[in-house]
Write a protein that binds this ligand. Structure first.
Ligand SMILES: Cc1cc2nc3c(=O)[nH]c(=O)nc-3n(C[C@H](O)[C@H](O)[C@H](O)COP(=O)(O)OP(=O)(O)OC[C@H]3O[C@@H](n4cnc5c(N)ncnc54)[C@H](O)[C@@H]3O)c2cc1C
Length: 342
């Protein structure tokens, strides 16, 4: 979704401080660009009126390290990070980007992202609190993009509805899940979504019925939009049964994946043949292979974990090494599932 007109100077301003640590972000009230100065004339020109302030109900942070907002705990600063309190703030964020000629990007819980060390030289719009509505109308869940998916799974199960209970261990937002068609254990968002409310790049909001959305494995045709809300069709099921299943699935995840280490879930897409990406990487002998602070997990080979000091560069180098080794030893070209930003 990031636009290509990125501003190199903005990126340079946001780099790390001399001590190597990311600079703390600064909270700002975004101002419209001041008008260019008129050339001096004989009589001094009157002072230009102060730049009008754009007031957000939520927060706007400048040069904010994105490592704080990704499950990898990796990522350089965003020129602006907007934490919208409502949909109007999202429009203002788009205006801010447009007014300054900056690219923009939507962030959920950053659980499927690798943000480069140089950060993102534009406006990052993070859908979270404020956009996290949860309402049940009969068997339909109406949910905001900012609602964490595990919370969606838990609340619907407690209310006695099935359909998203298996997403209990997917650590993203509903917006990211609906956009990317997240799924696991034989279920995916595509099966339950009936309508998605989106905002386009001009701030126009529209409702898309399911039949206008085409979903594939971990992708959709939603394009350059911000998902604001979704309606999900669920079916009644006893809460105790759903809770028991969720307990089992969480235990499975904790035992079989590096659930407690900073990571982004599966790095590569399953190639569609008889063997998963994880099995191919394992058979290529790469479990535990390390570059800098990035390591192929010894629990699950399709996870690359941050052992504490990894930079995005370490992860990118390791991704390249894994890709080349699997192609050479196993004859399969792996494709990235994680999205690289910046
Ligand atoms: C430990 C772990 C386990 C995981 N297990 C699974 C799994 O089993 N199945 C699975 O599918 N995934 C899994 N993931 C990956 C990830 O959790 C999902 O892809 C999740 O749906 C991403 O949501 P997010 O809010 O974190 O999106 P982000 O990572 O923030 O963004 C991902 C993409 O979605 C876009 N996006 C996010 N929010 C919006 C929005 N509101 N509107 C428009 N676009 C948006 C972003 O621009 C970006 O392109 C796992 C990740 C981790 C760390």
């Amino acid at each position: 979704m990031a636009r290509k007109n990125q501003h190199p100077k903005a990126a340079a301003r946001g780099r790390k401080a001399a001590d190597g640590k990311p600079r703390a972000g600064r909270e700002v009230v975004a101002k419209a660009k001041p008008a260019a100065k008129a050339p001096p004339k004989r009589a001094p020109a009157p002072a230009p009126p102060p730049a009008p302030k754009v007031k957000f109900r939520g927060r706007v942070l400048e040069n904010e390290p994105l490592a704080r907002y990704t499950t990898y705990r990796i990522g350089g600063p965003a020129r602006y990070l907007v934490l919208p309190a409502d949909a109007d703030d999202v429009i203002k964020a788009l205006d801010l980007a447009q007014g300054r000629g900056l690219p923009w990007f939507v962030l959920g819980l950053g659980s499927n992202l690798l943000v480069k060390d140089t950060g993102f030289p534009g406006v990052v719009i993070r859908c979270g609190k404020g956009l996290d509505r949860f309402e049940m109308k009969g068997a339909t869940a109406i949910v905001g993009a900012g609602l964490p998916t595990p919370l969606l799974a838990r609340r619907t199960a407690e209310a006695g509805f099935a359909g998203v209970e298996r997403f209990i261990g997917v650590p993203g937002t509903v917006g990211g899940g609906v956009y990317m068609n997240a799924g696991c254990h034989g279920a995916e968002f595509a099966e339950v979504v009936t309508e998605v409310t989106v905002m386009d790049a001009k701030g126009k909001v529209k409702q898309l019925p399911r039949k206008q959305i085409s979903y594939k494995y971990r992708s959709s045709n939603l394009g350059t939009v911000i998902v604001l809300e979704a309606k999900l069709a669920l079916i009644e099921e006893p809460p105790a049964k759903l809770k028991e299943l969720q307990g089992k699935l969480l235990r499975w995840r904790k035992a079989g994946t590096p659930f407690d280490q900073p990571c982004c879930g599966s790095v590569f897409r399953n190639p569609g043949g008889p063997r998963t990406a994880g099995a191919l990487i394992d058979e290529a002998g790469l479990k535990g292979f390390t570059i800098g602070g990035a390591q192929v997990s010894s629990l699950h080979a399709n996870y690359i974990v941050n052992t504490g000091t990894a930079t995005a560069n370490d992860v990118l180098k390791l991704i390249e090494h894994v890709r080349k080794t699997v192609a050479k030893k196993m004859g399969v070209e792996l494709e990235l599932e994680v999205k690289v930003v910046g």
